[in-house]
Write a protein of this length. Structure first.
Lengths: 184, 75
């Protein structure tokens, strides 16, 4: 594991922009960084899902929670386990122990994506400026996730309680913030 | 409205999330002659055509879709 001194949040320099945008929106929207969110990729035959120490959602594009972890369905044999910063080693170890001997892949991919949390009632309208998903509440609700495009970048969307989490590649993080500010 | 492609897992999504995998075809052929046909001689139908689409920006699975090549209607 990399020492903390070497870890840098790609969106650190955008914190003021994000706060200013939230101010401008008059409370309709908040934009928050979630630096160093732990992300662990799990590939596993879904018939072994019950062996996982974290409950794995089997319904496509949904999320399960167990208090300190959230697990996103990314594909029929692929999940993303999210946890508190710097808990990657524990999550990997728990999965490896539970799945020992099985055909699986468990990798800490925390540096693979940057998390941005959109809050406020205006967030869905902003999302809809760049996203082709049907974001009407009849089809997009809390507890759902989706991999899709936001403008020109691939994103993982996770709908949480009164907030939407967006996960993007670090090299697209600046672009994502710029594009969100345009949609504001 | 962008063309919507039905993914077996995710439901209908914009085609921009997919890559086109060509006409549906058998995975194998019994002899060289029909294998050549299978690989190099697509039907290129005018009308309903069975196609493969890969949900590359989504769940990364393949779906088989019938698309009308004249209207882009998917059904
Ligand atoms: Zn899909």
């Amino acid at each position: 594991m990399t020492g903390d001194g070497f870890v840098r949040d790609p969106l650190q320099a955008r914190a003021l922009d994000m706060a200013a945008a939230a101010d401008r929106s008059g409370g309709r929207l908040t934009l928050d960084r979630e630096p160093f969110l732990t992300q662990v990729s799990l590939r596993l035959d879904p018939s072994l899902a019950s062996r996982s120490p974290f409950p794995l959602p089997l319904e496509p594009n949904t999320v399960t929670e167990d208090g300190s972890h959230e697990v996103l369905w990314l594909g029929p044999d692929e999940w993303l386990v999210l946890g508190e910063p710097h808990t990657g080693a524990q999550i990997v170890e728990a999965l490896e122990r539970a799945l020992a001997g099985e055909h699986r892949s468990v990798i800490d991919v925390s540096a693979n994506r940057v998390a941005v949390e959109l809050g406020g009632t205006g967030r869905i309208a902003v999302l809809a400026t760049g996203c082709g998903l049907d974001l009407h509440p009849r089809s997009w609700r809390g507890g759902m996730c989706a991999q899709t495009l936001f403008a020109k970048t691939h994103v993982i969307l996770q709908e949480r309680l009164n907030a939407t989490r967006m996960l993007v590649r670090p090299s697209f993080a600046d672009y994502l913030v710029d594009r969100l500010l345009v949609g504001l | 409205m962008a063309v919507g492609i039905p993914c077996a897992f995710c439901g209908v999504r914009p085609f921009t999330e997919f890559t086109f995998g060509g006409e549906w075809r058998e995975l194998d052929a019994p002899d060289a002659e029909s294998d050549f046909q299978r690989v190099y001689l697509p039907e290129n139908a005018e009308g309903a055509q069975r196609e493969r689409w890969f949900h590359v920006m989504g769940c990364r699975t393949w779906s088989t879709v019938v698309r009308d090549t004249r209207t882009n209607e998917v059904g």
